[in-house]
Design a protein around this ligand. Sequence first.
Ligand SMILES: [Cu+2]
Length: 243
Amino acid sequence: MQLYTAIIFMWSLPQGALSHYIFHQFLHNDTIFTPFKYIRPVPAETPLHITDKNDIRCNRAGANGQSTNVLTITAGDTVGFKPTFWIHHPGAYAAYLSAVPPGKTISNYAGDGDWFKIWEFGTYPNLTAESAYQQTWRLLADPLTFQIPTATPPGKYLLRFEHVALHLASQRGGAEFYPSCAHVEVLNAGWKSTGLSPGPTARFPEAHEAEEHGKLVFNIWDFDDVQQLNSRKMPGPQVWDGR
Ligand SMILES: [Cu+2]
């Protein structure tokens, strides 16, 4: 109980009292790259709020693209994002792809097009009201890794990683966003079009602005609501099923 109280206190500290974090290192299979290699630069660790509008796409200046590095990867590969500091805010994680539209380059694409979700992570499974918080939320300094779906159409994409911190989300505007965008070109030799585009898709910040109660305005300190997050009431659209 003492640890529980200490953690709540820490999460409740005013901004600036404790470092926040950003996701600044990209991972591909067994390699972790240097900060901002393949990831658009992020100028500060300060979290974003829904009022930050278009910056929610790729984090402040990153929305306009500055990195010229594009990493070539293959559908099915493992990729990941590593934070600058241990993640101390409970919340949800997701990764999205958005194809660079015709007439744009990967560097000048602002991320204002359609995104489809390829991965998400909420709480660890089998949550009970008695679970310790470390066993409920993923709160580590390790990279978060996931797979590029094997059915991903080949092409150049912005790969958007997002952590939505929910510790202050019991009030509208309280959710904190920690997005980062990587530049990737996905190869997929065996790919055949099904005639369908990956989806459902969403746009940012519109998707998050429209999230109803229980997704972004959400009291994680109410265990009944935590149970709902555990049952996949996640921010953003459904994960693409790969078809
Ligand atoms: Cu913080």
